[in-house]
Design a protein around this ligand. Structure first.
Ligand SMILES: [Zn+2]
Length: 179
């Protein structure tokens, strides 16, 4: 079984309408949180910036949350702008839904696949693993990884996941010999 890995090369942009200009693209930039303590309650936001006019928006991470209910390490991460915490919040689907944005993965990920091996023995099995939740269509990813046309992929590949349905979950496929 050959291992393929899908991983991010940087954080994706956010598709998010700017209130100050017509742009619909924002970035976390260096990654900053803002924490506001009000008695025993905390508000935590992730700050994002319009890529066009630089206007900053606050996306809600925690809203009037009792301080005691937060893990101290997590809280420390917000104060320190921990890059891992920025990434995990940004990539959390619940956070995205709550703040009404989608992720724009264009140019933000890569496929790590062993070099060409199509001349070797067939059939070949490949296991695809996702280190980051990049939405891909298996058909496209396999075509890219093998250097095959999409028609050839449809003809020669048996996949345990629907080839044309976008997924971010691991899957395996088998490549059958060509003609
Ligand atoms: Zn803007």
């Amino acid at each position: 079984m050959l291992p393929w890995v899908v991983r991010r090369t940087r954080l994706p942009l956010l598709s998010l309408r700017c209130v100050g200009c017509p742009s619909e693209s924002a970035t976390t930039g260096e990654g900053r949180f803002r924490v506001n303590a009000n008695g025993k309650l905390l508000d935590v936001w992730l700050l994002v910036r319009c890529v066009s006019c630089d206007r900053t928006s606050k996306l809600t991470v925690h809203e009037r949350t009792p301080v005691r209910s937060l893990d101290p390490a997590e809280l420390g991460g917000y104060y320190a702008n921990d890059p891992e915490l920025v990434a995990s919040r940004l990539l959390d689907p619940l956070f995205a839904r709550r703040n009404r944005f989608t992720l724009d993965w264009k140019g933000a990920w890569r496929l790590d696949a062993p070099p060409a091996w199509l001349d070797g023995a067939m059939p070949v099995q490949v296991a695809v693993r996702f280190e980051d939740p990049v939405p891909v269509r298996p058909e496209r990813l396999i075509a890219q990884g093998l250097g095959l046309s999409r028609n050839e992929v449809l003809r020669r590949v048996k996949c345990d996941s629907p080839l044309r349905r976008t997924t971010s979950a691991g899957f395996t496929f088998t490549v059958m010999p060509g003609d």
